[in-house]
Design a protein around this ligand. Structure first.
Ligand code: SF4
Length: 62
């Protein structure tokens, strides 16, 4: 499973790195940074939660 982040749409609400800090970090402006595109085993549901809670729909799973 991989996460895709569309950085052009991220407005920095911070839900992703609040809900899944193992998968996301933030830059100095509060925008999301992927720690890794590959979702580690055991964190799939956390990745799904982050995707579902991004208000800008800039996260997706493949
Ligand atoms: S929840 Fe979405 S809009 Fe908010 S920081 Fe994460 S990727 Fe960006």
């Amino acid at each position: 499973m991989q996460i895709r982040l569309d950085t052009t749409r991220c407005t920095g609400h911070g839900r992703c790195y609040s809900l899944a800090p193992e998968l996301f970090d933030s830059d100095d402006y509060g925008h999301s940074i992927l720690r890794t595109p590959d979702v580690p085993i055991g964190l799939e549901s956390r990745a799904q939660l982050a995707v579902e809670n991004c208000p800008e729909s800039c996260l997706s799973l493949e």
